[in-house]
Design a protein around this ligand. Structure first.
Ligand code: FES
Length: 105
C-alpha cells in the first residue's frame, strides 16, 4: 500500500495510506488535505499542483506533454512539480512525499 506524506505550507506532515488505482487528488480529499482540484481531473486548471520531494520523485512515471502544458500555468512551478489528479497510485509506488504549495507564494 503506497505511503503518502502531504506537507502543508506551514510544514505540518500528514502521513496517510493510499490505495492503488486512486489518484493523489483522491487521497488528498479522503484525508481533508487542502488541494483544490477545481476541474475534477479534467486537466484544465492546475489547482491540484503539488511539488514532489526529490527523494520520491523518481518513483513516478514522467508527466505527459498535456500535463506539462498545464503545469506551465501553475504558480511557483518547480522541477518536481506534478498535478495530483494525474498521479495514479500503484503497487510500484511504495512511498511519495509532496508539498502542498500555498495559493499565493
Ligand atoms: Fe484540475 Fe488537476 S484537478 S488539473
Amino acid at each position: 500500500m503506497p505511503k503518502i506524506t502531504f506537507i502543508d505550507p506551514n510544514g505540518t506532515h500528514h502521513d496517510v495510506d493510499g490505495t492503488p488505482g486512486e489518484t493523489l487528488l483522491d487521497v488528498a480529499r479522503d484525508h481533508d488535505i487542502d488541494i483544490e482540484g477545481a476541474c475534477e481531473g479534467a486537466m484544465s486548471c492546475s489547482t491540484c499542483h503539488v511539488i514532489v520531494e526529490r527523494k520520491t520523485f523518481k518513483n513516478l512515471p514522467n508527466p505527459d506533454e498535456d500535463e506539462e502544458d498545464i503545469l506551465d500555468l501553475a504558480y511557483g512551478r518547480k522541477r518536481t512539480s506534478r498535478l495530483a489528479c494525474q498521479i495514479t497510485l500503484s503497487d510500484d509506488i511504495d512511498k511519495l512525499a509532496v508539498k502542498v504549495p500555498t495559493q499565493f507564494q
